[in-house]
Design a protein around this ligand. Structure first.
Ligand code: M6R
Length: 599
């Protein structure tokens, strides 16, 4: 989502700021802008669309100065226009903002400003300016203004008569400051700047960043000290490595990252999670899992597997619902939070809510430097490496791997499986499943051919039973988010309770069939859809559906329990092919952001 970068030091600010914006680009944005402070004046350039548009404008504008801020905006309040893009300026104040100021209407009314934009940010900027005009002190202005805001924010603020200085302040949105490029930088993601050492701001912290150093203050303006951190170079810089799209590269990496994740959490043949006591799993009498989007779908698979292997049922929650659900927890409860980025606003809010009630919070997280890693009591890292494409592919598969191991751990400590059984299943995961997740050239040709055939299809219904039915939710999300084909996921048997009225000639029916026990039931449901004109694709276990007139995507599955690892890469590749055939960009689908940092 929105990204912010700031720099002050002995070098020109613009290359550092725009370099940071490019590094944040993958998160998704629809406009961008920069401001450079020089000689008591600020110059601002903003553009809608890709960063290339901003760069072209900057070439003409030739902004010079050693203190500057920049922003990539993902519109929340107000449409995508240059006026609504950041930086915003009112009087002597110039700022960029991530997050949402919820009480922006009343904040705006506290000032006497003729607003140009429809954004909450300009209202906040006006309040900063009003207070600055009164006291003439940047730090005091920041702390006083922040007392008035309701909502989430990370701000970088410059005042025109405070040369070479910017302020950084946060509440609920990530923000780091540190040494970089012969000066000092601030950024919403530590990976986007080339930091020497850096400091993570906590909610309420203010950093005053000058060309000579950084000082930290609490929310009342009292000096505080912060611990210096060294960036972990665990994630390689974004690079397509010759692939036309990140999504394709990331799908290719699935067998490798799956192996990495499994190897990181299997020790002596059994599941192992460093820093997480066995007691946590022993005490889990109910599986509670929270996540959004793909992460939520991974949770649904986990619940299914848990029921099968441990007999323990679960409650899987969408984070934006869970946070306002009023669920009561106590210190004996544990909640699992799944998040690739570790920065999803709703998921973070749920972590805080559960911690406040004394429950144990266990994060299944991909980004090791993320807020979720910092805030959860225990963390199980997925080792997918950096995932740049908006559509989650390899991260989902590694989430599944970590969750399967959690269930196996539960089975072991609760005694629902013997040690030998768990060891056997861990071995199968490591040795068989990684291979089954790999797509051969023949697989790719088949899937691409089927995608060509269905490329004009406007509606696609994903259907399956049992475990296949929960996989359908993710398969459907993948298709709609990047190819813009309307799709829905249904348990096969549920179609005839209403939805089958939508199945007519030309409607796509994408069936997932991997479970021997449910095979005939599933076929019955597929036939009901086919009889009404639905064109059927069957992603199925090798040998299934041979006598049927379906478009087949067969896959080798040696153990039904592990079917998701063979099935997911195939439905992901199908969504990718549909998108490429439609000449759309799978890495940056419209309206979406990689990391959803507002609620
Ligand atoms: O970073 P997170 O795992 O917390 O993100 C959750 C969702 O926003 C994310 O999975 C989203 O649904 C993806 N775009 C799906 O491909």
């Amino acid at each position: 989502m929105c990204g912010i970068v700031g720099y002050t030091g002995k070098n020109e600010a613009l290359p550092v700021v725009t370099g940071g914006l490019f590094a944040l680009e993958y998160r998704g944005y629809d406009s961008s802008g920069v401001a450079v402070l020089c000689g008591g004046k600020t110059e601002i350039v903003k553009k809608t669309g890709k960063l290339e548009n901003l760069m072209a404008a900057l070439e003409k504008a030739q902004l010079k100065g050693t203190c500057g801020i920049g922003h990539t905006r993902w519109a929340t309040h107000g449409e995508v226009t240059e006026t609504n893009a950041h930086p915003h300026t009112v009087g002597k104040t110039v700022l960029v903002h991530n997050g949402i100021i919820e009480n922006y209407v009343s904040v705006g009314k506290m000032t006497n400003t003729d607003f140009k934009s429809t954004t909450d940010t300009e209202r906040a900027c006006a309040l900063f300016n009003e207070l600055y005009e009164r006291c003439g002190d940047g730090l005091q202005t920041i702390t006083s203004a922040c007392r008035e805001f309701v909502g989430s924010y990370a701000f970088l603020v410059m005042f025109k008569d405070e040369p070479d200085i910017f302020y950084a302040v946060r509440n609920g949105c990530p923000l780091v400051v540190g040494t970089a490029d012969g000066g000092f930088a601030a950024c919403s993601d530590v990976a986007a700047c080339d930091f020497g050492e850096y400091y993570k701001l906590s909610d309420g912290d203010v950093a005053k960043v000058t060309k000579d150093g950084i000082s930290f203050f609490d929310k009342d303006g009292a000096p505080i000290s912060k611990e210096a951190l060294t960036p972990k170079k665990s994630f390689s810089a974004p690079d397509k490595c010759g692939f036309p799209h990140y999504m394709l590269k990331e799908m290719e990496e699935i067998p490798t990252v799956l192996k990495n994740t499994l190897e990181a959490h299997i020790k002596d043949g059994l599941p192992y999670f460093e820093g997480v006591e066995d007691e946590i799993f022993k005490n889990m009498n109910r599986l509670r899992i929270v996540g959004c989007g793909t992460a939520y779908h991974a949770g649904l698979v986990c619940e299914h597997i848990s029921r099968r292997l441990t007999g323990i049922e679960g409650d899987i929650y969408i984070a934006s619902e869970y946070r306002y659900s009023g669920h009561k927890l106590n210190k004996d409860d544990a909640v699992i939070f799944i998040t690739q980025s570790g920065e999803t606003a709703d998921t973070l809010a749920c972590i805080r809510m559960c911690r406040a009630q004394g429950a144990y919070t266990l994060g299944v997280v991909n980004v090791p430097t993320s807020t979720a890693v910092e805030e959860c009591d225990g963390v199980i890292l997925t080792h997918a490496g950096s995932e740049i494409a908006v559509a989650s592919t390899k991260a989902y598969v590694t989430q599944l791997a970590a969750l399967y191991l959690i269930v196996l751990k539960m089975s072991l400590v609760k005694g629902t499986l013997t040690e030998d059984e768990v060891r056997g299943l861990c071995g199968e995961l490591l040795n068989g499943v990684c291979a089954e997740s790999r797509l051969s050239d023949t697989d790719k040709i088949t899937i691409n051919r089927i995608a060509e055939k269905y490329s004009e299809c406007r509606d696609m219904f994903y259907i399956g039973r049992g475990l296949d039915s929960v996989l359908c939710s993710e398969a459907s999300l993948k298709l709609k988010e990047i190819s813009y084909v309307h799709s829905e996921a249904y348990p096969s048997g549920e179609l005839k309770h209403g939805t089958i009225s939508l199945i007519t000639e030309g409607v796509g029916v994408f069936a997932i069939l991997t479970d021997e026990r449910l095979y005939l039931k599933s076929i019955g449901n597929i036939e009901e859809a086919a009889a009404r004109g639905g064109s059927v694709i069957a992603l199925c276990k090798e040998g299934f559906c041979k006598d049927k007139n379906y478009d087949l995507i067969p896959c080798r599955i040696s153990n039904d329990l592990f079917a998701p690892f063979a099935v997911a890469p195939r439905f992901q590749y199908f969504a990718y092919c549909m998108t490429i055939i439609k000449n759309l960009d799978p890495d940056k689908p419209r309206n979406l952001a990689k990391s959803v940092t507002v609620e």
